[in-house]
Design a protein around this ligand. Structure first.
Ligand code: GRF
Length: 205
C-alpha cells in the first residue's frame, strides 16, 4: 500500500511507523511526506529514510481549489493510494477527503467521540479529560471524513487515569500507546483485513 504521510510537528508517530516498516512488521510503502511547517522534525524522519518530502501549506495558494488541485497532483505523481495523518494540524480540503474516501486515517489522543473536534489537539485534549474527571482515556485510530475527529473508528486502546496525573504525564502515556497502536491499524489496512460497513469497521483478520 503506497502511503503519503501528512505531519506538522515532532512526527514521533511517523518515526514509529518508519521503524516498524524497517523491522519488517509493517508492509506499507511510504512514498511521500507532506508538511505545512518546514521546521517540523517529521521532515528529518522522512529524509533519514529517503522519502520524498513536500512543504505545502494552504497559505501558499490563492484559493482552496488551487491548494487541493496541487495536493492531488502530487499525490497522483507519487501514486499514493492512501493518506496517513500523523499529527497534521491542517484540515484536509473536502476535495481530497472525497477523492480518498475510506483511504485516509488519523490518530487522536483520546477515546473518541470524547474530547475530539476543533481545538482538541495536544495538551488541550488531556486537560479536558482531567477536568472532566474521566477514569479511562486512550487513543483512537479512525478514518477521516469531512468533520474533525468524526470518521469511522478503526481501533481504540484505553489506559487508566491516575489520581496524580497531570496533562503532561497523561500525554506521555497516551503517546506511548499511540506508538504501539497506529502501526497495527495501518498494517491491518495494508493486509486488506478491514471492511467498512456504514460507520462500523470490521476486522476480518
Ligand atoms: C499525536 O498525539 C496524535 O494523536 C495527534 O497529534 C499528535 C502527533 O504527535 N493527532 P507526533 O507528531 O506524532 O509526535
Amino acid at each position: 500500500m503506497r502511503c503519503a504521510v501528512f505531519a506538522s510537528g515532532t512526527g514521533s508517530n511517523f518515526k514509529t511507523l518508519l521503524e516498524r516498516k524497517s523491522s519488517g512488521e509493517l508492509h506499507a510503502d511510504f512514498v511521500l511526506m507532506v508538511g505545512n511547517n518546514s521546521k517540523a522534525a517529521a521532515f528529518q524522519h522522512a529524509q533519514d529514510h529517503n522519502i520524498p518530502t513536500l512543504h505545502c501549506a494552504p497559505s501558499h495558494f490563492q484559493s482552496e481549489g488551487e491548494y487541493s488541485e496541487y495536493l492531488l497532483s502530487q499525490l497522483q505523481k507519487y501514486s499514493a493510494e492512501m493518506i496517513v495523518l500523523a499529527g497534521y494540524m491542517k484540515k484536509l480540503p473536502g476535495k481530497i477527503v472525497a477523492r480518498y474516501h475510506g483511504r485516509i486515517i488519523n490518530i487522536h489522543p483520546s477515546l473518541l467521540p470524547a474530547f475530539g473536534g476543533k481545538g482538541m489537539y495536544g495538551s488541550n485534549v488531556h486537560k479536558a479529560a482531567l477536568e472532566y474527571g474521566v477514569k479511562l482515556t486512550g487513543v483512537t485510530v479512525h478514518f477521516v471524513d469531512d468533520e474533525y475527529d468524526h470518521g469511522p473508528i478503526i481501533v481504540q486502546q484505553c489506559l487508566a487515569v491516575q489520581d496524580n496525573d497531570t496533562p503532561e504525564t497523561l500525554a506521555q502515556r497516551v503517546l506511548a500507546l499511540e506508538h504501539a497502536t497506529y502501526w497495527r491499524a495501518l498494517e491491518a489496512i495494508c493486509c486488506g483485513k478491514l471492511v467498512l460497513e456504514g460507520r462500523r469497521v470490521k476486522d476480518y483478520g
